[in-house]
Design a protein around this ligand. Structure first.
Ligand SMILES: NC(=O)C1=CN([C@@H]2O[C@H](COP(=O)(O)OP(=O)(O)OC[C@H]3O[C@@H](n4cnc5c(N)ncnc54)[C@H](O)[C@@H]3O)[C@@H](O)[C@H]2O)C=CC1
Ligand SMILES: O=C(CO)COP(=O)(O)O
Length: 337
């Protein structure tokens, strides 16, 4: 397959490198120094320092040339590896290169809801292209582990079977397994909201509230993810899978998670500005929290953990007050809507 990956951050680089062991892959990024390091040292020092990347991965600083690498080919793929906030802009740039009737299969890697519109990635794609197209490659996957070739299982989520199969052909090899799923809404909601729960779990662990508290938080976090997902049209069972519980467990408990690290640093009393500077990478849960809180209010979905995280991030609530707010809620049935 001819594959072009857009976005040379941690995840775009890791996915491109993995795919390049089997396919002809070009990676585009806006930071030419990063691209030069990948070409000359086989390393992305900014996002995946110390990890040797595939010798066959090619880089391309020209967006249009990278896009054309996968245009007009019988079996080809565009992989959008930028954060959620750049999805719309990247799609519009691609439309300038070719009308969508000529596009290869399309896959996005971002996890979130768009700020301003509250849209899921597939809704942004649908609005820009005027029709449903493509799918999400998602699931529990720290970029550094995938880049090292460690085992990992992902979900290829799309309503469109050829798109799912293109994702499988592109990524199902070596230590990476790709499972098909047709519930794109469920996969996208799981991938987006687990980031907010990872911030919450980071706060909980940073405050040393114990393992019982962590298990409770993750489980109640899933209850609220499921409520939102179902309200948006997902199948509840999807949330039990890789893109749901799988990614929730990974991100809430793994210290490689940027979102979890945001929570750990909030518990140390650091300001959000300081944290984001220290992190130097995207933590989608921060942008997503107010959007999901608003969406939940519009849909009448109870999301107390999301609301508390949002208040700690943006409304001056201290982490301790956030915990007290959750603990002081009235007793209710475990399966309450
Ligand atoms: N890092 C990981 O382990 C995983 C990340 N993801 C998701 O993948 C997406 C990307 O994450 P990472 O690569 O980890 O982020 P990152 O912070 O490592 O890198 C982001 C990259 O996007 C680029 N970028 C930002 N805005 C851009 C724009 N307007 N145009 C072009 N490039 C732009 C930055 O220059 C940078 O190269 C996020 O939505 C994240 O949630 C999903 C699974 C795993
Ligand atoms: O989505 C991820 C793992 O599946 C990465 O999580 P973080 O963005 O919190 O690092």
């Amino acid at each position: 397959m001819n594959i072009a990956v857009f976005g040379a951050g941690a995840w775009g680089t890791a996915v491109a490198a993995h795919m390049s062991y089997v396919h002809d892959v070009v990676l585009w990024g806006r930071d030419t120094a990063v691209l030069q390091s990948i070409a000359s040292q086989r390393e992305n020092p900014r996002y995946l320092a110390g990890i040797k990347l595939s010798p066959t991965l090619k880089v391309q600083a020209d967006f249009s040339a990278a896009a054309r690498h996968a245009l007009g080919q019988p079996d080809a793929l565009w992989v959008l590896g930028t954060p959620m906030g750049a999805l719309r802009q990247t799609l519009l740039q691609l439309l300038e290169i070719a009308p969508m009737e000529q596009w290869p299969a399309l896959v996005w890697l971002c996890k979130g809801f768009e700020v301003g519109t509250g849209q899921m990635p597939h809704q942004v794609v649908e609005e820009v292209l005027g029709r449903h197209y493509g799918g999400a490659l998602t699931g529990p996957s720290f970029a550094a582990e995938v880049a090292r070739g460690l085992p990992c299982a992902l979900t290829a989520a799309s309503a469109d079977e050829p798109t799912r199969q293109a994702m499988v052909r592109a990524a199902h090899h070596a230590a990476l397994r790709v499972y098909e799923l047709d519930d794109l809404v469920g996969a996208e909601v799981g991938g987006a909201v687990k980031n907010i729960m990872a911030v919450a779990t980071g706060i909980c662990d940073g405050m040393q509230l114990g393992l019982n508290a962590r298990a409770a938080l993750i489980t109640r976090g899933m209850a609220e993810i499921k409520r939102l997902a179902v309200a948006l049209g997902a199948q509840a069972e999807t949330l039990n899978g890789l893109s749901g519980f799988g990614d929730l467990i990974l991100t809430c408990t793994g210290d490689l998670s940027r979102n979890r690290r945001v929570g750990l640093m909030l518990a140390q009393g650091k300001s959000l500005d300081t944290i984001l500077k220290e992190l130097g990478q995207v933590a989608e849960g921060v942008k997503c929290a107010p959007v999901v809180k608003q969406l939940a209010a519009e849909l009448g979905v109870d999301m107390p953990i999301t609301a508390a995280v949002n208040s700690v991030l943006f409304e001056g609530l201290s982490p301790g007050e956030g915990v007290m707010r959750l603990l002081s809620r009235e007793a209710r049935s475990e399966d309450a809507e």
